[in-house]
Design a protein around this ligand. Structure first.
Ligand code: PMP
Length: 307
């Protein structure tokens, strides 16, 4: 990672090297931080943050699940994100807000640990190997399951949930795949380690619903919005594992993954060569919107220099 000039921490920008925490910070021990992953895209009007309000809202909602009261308002955090991107001089970047419990007593029950918040930015192009967006990636079913309802809060973007994600992606990469596909405890398709998943079957787009232990991805929401505009039917449904092989296309969505086509699952190609026609259409529309080359009809972008 290329260090940026500044990181915003607890109310002010500090030099990159000074954004440190104590080793006895509570969240480091118990995984109870919450975070966001946001992208700023380069547009003809300068850098623009994609879905700023939605990401900040999800950060606050995630923190509520863990009883962490963020000592700033949502609009103050939006302003902090804009300021950090602006002061670091990025044309495009990834943005990582993190809310955590800092140094204090180390019992499991958090008590007297300050709630801290930071916003870091760095330049990051594609999540998967160069060319993955154009040719698709190879994925495999994970031997791990996603957390069951009532165990970990899958809807919250909480750092502890990423223990599961790491087990999934480490195993996938060990087996030569770019990503793992995870089933929920009932055996239905859930998501990737850091992406939502979609199938295309006979012109209909299918994706697992919230109840299948998924993060309600903001890119997932944008893809559903685009499908509606393009007149493509979307169904949220419990999807059994073998449904993948009844599909012509598959793709994964996420802030980092954007819209990544899937080329093979467990070494078997999908019916259409990746990216299939619907995946390609959604990619083209998505990138035109986020890069500001067509009107921002959904109000997805916040322009950094104008805000
Ligand atoms: N699921 C998981 C587990 C993730 O980590 C992510 C990335 N944030 C997603 C789905 C996609 O969410 P989004 O589109 O909001 O980035």
């Amino acid at each position: 990672m290329q260090p940026s000039d500044f990181i915003w921490m607890d109310g002010k920008l500090v030099p990159f090297a000074d954004a440190t925490v104590h080793v006895l910070s509570h969240s480091l021990h118990y995984g109870n931080a919450v975070f966001e992953g946001i992208r700023a895209y380069s547009t003809p009007e300068g850098p623009a943050i994609l879905q700023l309000q939605a990401h900040v809202k999800r950060l606050f909602r995630s923190s509520r699940v863990l009883d962490m009261k963020i000592p700033f308002s949502e609009s103050e955090i939006e302003a902090a994100i804009l300021e950090t991107v602006r002061r670091n001089g990025h044309e495009s970047c990834y943005v990582r807000p993190l809310v955590f419990r800092g140094f204090g007593p180390l019992g499991v029950l958090p008590k007297g640990n300050p709630i801290q918040i930071s916003v870091a930015t760095w330049e990051w192009n594609s999540l998967h190997a160069e060319g993955g967006l154009d040719t698709g990636v190879d994925v495999g079913f994970s031997s791990w399951r996603r957390m069951a309802a009532g165990t970990h809060p899958a809807m919250a973007k909480a750092s502890g949930n990423y223990l599961n994600s790491q087990l999934v992606v480490q195993e996938a990469v060990r087996h030569g795949y770019a990503e793992g596909l995870v089933l929920d405890v009932d055996g239905y398709l859930s998501e990737g380690s850091g992406e939502n998943v979609f199938l295309v079957q006979d012109g209909v787009v299918l994706t697992p619903p919230i109840g299948n232990s998924i993060l309600a991805g903001i890119t997932r929401g944008m893809v559903m919005e685009l499908c509606e505009e393009l007149g493509i039917e979307v169904r949220q449904a419990r999807i059994p594992r073998e449904a993948v092989f009844f599909s012509q296309e598959m793709f994964m969505t996420g802030t980092a993954a954007e819209i990544t086509p899937v080329r093979t699952v467990d070494g078997k190609p999908l019916e259409e060569a990746a990216p299939g026609p619907i995946t390609k259409r959604l990619q083209t529309e998505f990138f035109a919107r986020v890069k500001g080359t067509v009107p921002d009809r959904g109000g997805w972008l916040t322009h950094v220099r104008q805000a």
